[in-house]
Design a protein around this ligand. Structure first.
Ligand SMILES: [Zn+2]
Length: 239
């Protein structure tokens, strides 16, 4: 039985939309922002390709994700969601997803609460997602964008905080994620297959030269697609 079948999520796994839902115990994930999907974590879905509706971006060589809040749903009242401020509250007066993430991040920034643990998944193309691992939500703010206001959330990619059963810890070491453009380039170059055996199952973005040995995440030359079997083989060889 592979790690994947045992339900473990490893950073940089390539998964289908369905598998992502299964991992999160949901029949579907319709929203990009899911505050406290479970008591021990939240879920954010990102898509930073050119046609993406939101301006998410990476900073600090990929260790920091700046995630943009979400617009009001399109309706008769708001036919052009991008022309109105992103909402803090729902019409009912309750906090929106923006509001929930905003308040949690503020509590952390003011050192009143440990950071919210957030699992981040990224859409590479239709039906194909990549697991970007666990992030800590550490700050939030509102900023002008043309003639309206949008929410921004700062999340840091952390190492060694994957076990949701363990209470979240501050000050975990940071890690760097592979930028979307690199992943898409590698996916296309390797044609969605393991470069060793051609398998299309249980794929993983692998660093040719491991990050810990000075390999970079920032160029496609140092990233390749490997299946779970060949990824494991390679790790055994390196260790
Ligand atoms: Zn393989």
């Amino acid at each position: 039985m592979s790690n994947r079948q045992a339900g473990q999520s490893r950073v940089n796994d390539v998964i289908s939309y369905l598998e992502m839902c299964v991992r999160e115990g949901e029949s579907s994930l319709q929203r990009g922002m899911n505050f406290r999907l479970r008591p021990d974590h939240s879920v954010l879905l990102m898509s930073i390709q050119a046609n993406s509706p939101y301006a998410d971006r990476l900073e600090d060589d990929g260790a920091t994700l700046i995630y943009e809040g979400h617009d009001v749903p399109k309706s008769d009242e708001y036919p052009i969601p991008k022309s109105v401020d992103q909402p803090m509250h729902l019409p009912s007066g309750k906090l929106s997803q923006n509001g929930k993430f905003y308040e949690a991040a503020q509590a952390t920034a003011e050192l009143q609460a440990p950071p919210e643990r957030v699992r981040v998944y990224e859409k590479l193309k239709k039906g194909i997602w990549s697991y970007n691992g666990v992030f800590h939500l550490v700050d939030s703010w509102v900023e002008p964008d043309d003639c309206r206001r949008v929410f921004k959330f700062k999340l840091v990619a952390v190492e060694g905080d994957e076990d949701l059963a363990v209470p979240v810890r501050r000050g975990q070491p940071h890690r760097r994620i592979i930028p979307t453009a690199v992943k898409v380039e590698v996916w296309n170059r390797d044609k969605g297959k393991c470069v060793q055996c051609g398998s299309t199952d249980e794929l993983h973005f692998d660093h040719v030269l491991p990050y810990a040995k000075g390999g970079t995440s920032l160029t496609a030359e140092n990233v390749q697609l490997l299946c779970a079997r060949h990824n494991l083989k390679k790790r055994d060889r390196i260790q």
